[in-house]
Design a protein around this ligand. Structure first.
Ligand SMILES: Nc1ncnc2c1ncn2[C@@H]1O[C@H](COP(=O)(O)OP(=O)(O)OP(=O)(O)O)[C@@H](O)[C@H]1O
Length: 457
């Protein structure tokens, strides 16, 4: 090719790369970014590791030999690269640690590595003894969230809800983390998160039950897929107590099954619904409670009594519900002792924690104060112009930043309508079955009147 032509191709490619980087960072990453990042990492690897204090001295015998024969003194040794694997959103670098190194050093150096390799984010984790994996994210994946079409880990009660900042998918796994608390200021993105979750659960053989004291504006449009719905505190109390009755009934069923299994040598004895024969297993229930503070507020003595019964029923459900296949997601703006007796006890049982943007540090502490001070700080840093961003923690002190895809109410309602036939009938909750809007008669437009023939001139 003529040199001029080369120059033109180079100029066009550079402009294309710049435009993609600016407008479509995901496409940029797949077309140019991966190659540049792999080159950058491999070329700078030893220097960066040295600068980030992730190298160790050469073995003594090599230094001794070098001194003896006046060779060049061997340099510090960086961890050996076992594998470099590009992904849809970044790179995975698997490293064999040198003697004397530990996985914590790599986690502590994550921020330095991020700057040195010029990537968006670096997360380190130990994959097996002496091997760590650095997951690098090439660009800001949370800027425009697009969930991949195929999620391999999806399972019953394990649904994708958001993208993590390291490019992995955040799954809400009810069987691992049965109950969760989701906080956030108004307009921070709680409802979108909730819709995404319901949209995913709608396609599964589970019963959805909701309490939405905002007169049902969030959940009622999706009511075709809900087995029970309460939109005021009185109904919420009835619904929660009915759920407690259902839970007690399921415990009786498990006990009866245990008695039968006890007499059969070698038979497994179950302590929850998942060990019951499929024909007997009650359908799992996911209870969504929106704006929980509405249940805890009271203006009169009667309201206060109702409030106490609500909190008692809720505490029983989160303490004992898991084995009976009852899972609870609670949403609110704040959830602290200011809401009265029993709240701290209830919160302790909600092991799944997430928080969208909050107005103050004390709200962030309600989500993570008893789990991780780093997560509290990260929550206070969520920018207002990034609605849908949240920090998700777990009871081990780990946390990560996530962002939900922008799920409209329309698309969640469509999913609920599409899967309405999966809505199980729960006899215990029959009194709270949502009143479905009557099907709107299709209006057939009246045939247009025949146009009058123009008068003959
Ligand atoms: N993941 C997202 N990506 C883009 N925009 C989002 C995302 N999540 C939420 N939003 C936008 O942020 C705004 C607030 O979202 P949402 O209604 O979910 O907040 P909220 O916390 O439920 O507020 P409220 O408590 O007032 O109901 C909406 O305009 C919504 O479109």
């Amino acid at each position: 090719m003529a040199p001029d032509l080369w120059l033109i191709v180079l100029a066009v490619a550079s402009v294309a790369a710049l435009v993609l980087k600016w407008r479509r960072p995901a496409w940029y990453w797949l077309t140019f970014g991966i190659a540049f990042a792999v080159l950058r990492v491999l070329i700078r690897y030893t220097t960066v590791m040295d600068a980030c204090q992730l190298t160790v001295p050469a073995p003594r015998w090599r230094i001794w030999l070098a001194r003896m024969f006046k060779w060049q003194i061997p340099r510090q040794r960086a961890p050996k690269i076992l594998r470099v694997r590009p992904t849809r959103t970044g790179l995975r670098l698997r490293l064999k640690m040198r003697p004397g190194q530990d996985a914590f050093e790599f986690s502590a150096a994550a921020d330095r590595l991020r700057h040195s390799f010029a990537v968006q984010q670096v997360v380190s984790r130990e994959v097996r003894p002496s091997v760590v994996e650095l997951t690098m994210t090439g660009y800001d994946v949370l800027k425009r969230v697009q969930m991949p079409a195929a999620v391999p880990d999806r399972d019953l009660l394990k649904v994708p809800v958001a993208l993590c900042e390291d490019g992995t998918i955040h799954l809400r796994d009810y069987r691992a983390v049965p109950h969760s608390l989701n906080l956030g200021a108004t307009q921070s993105g709680k409802s979108v998160y909730q819709r995404q979750l319901i949209k995913e659960l709608a396609a599964q053989p589970v019963a959805l039950v909701g309490i939405d004291c905002k007169q049902g504006v969030e959940l009622a449009p999706m009511s075709r897929r809900f087995s029970a719905l309460a939109d005021n505190p009185d109904d919420a109390l009835g619904l929660l107590e009915a759920l407690v009755d259902r839970m007690n009934g399921i415990y009786q069923l498990i006990r009866a099954e245990q008695r039968i299994s006890a007499d059969v040598p070698d038979a497994e004895i179950t302590a929850d619904i998942w060990g019951l024969p499929e024909t007997l297993r009650p359908v799992p229930v996911v209870l969504t409670i929106d704006e929980v503070a509405e249940l805890a507020l009271f203006a009169s003595k009667a309201d206060e009594k109702r409030r106490d019964r609500i909190i008692t029923a809720l505490v029983r459900l989160v303490q004992l519900g898991r084995a009976a296949g009852i899972y609870v997601d609670i949403y609110g703006q704040r959830f602290g002792s200011e809401l009265g007796n029993g709240i701290t006890m209830l919160r302790a049982q909600l092991t799944g924690r997430s928080s969208h943007r909050v107005n103050d540090e004390s709200s962030a502490k309600m989500a993570f104060g008893d789990i991780s001070p780093h997560a509290v700080f990260a929550t206070t840093q969520i920018p207002k112009e990034r609605p849908g961003t949240a920090v998700v923690g777990d009871s081990t002190g780990g946390w990560i930043r996530i962002r939900t895809p922008h799920t409209s109410l329309r698309s969640a309602v469509n999913a609920c309508n599409k899967h309405a036939h999966l809505t199980p009938d729960l006899p215990e909750l029959a009194a709270f079955r949502p009143v479905l809007p009557a099907a709107k008669p299709v209006e057939v437009p009246a045939p247009a009147a025949p146009a009058e023939a123009p008068a003959a001139v």
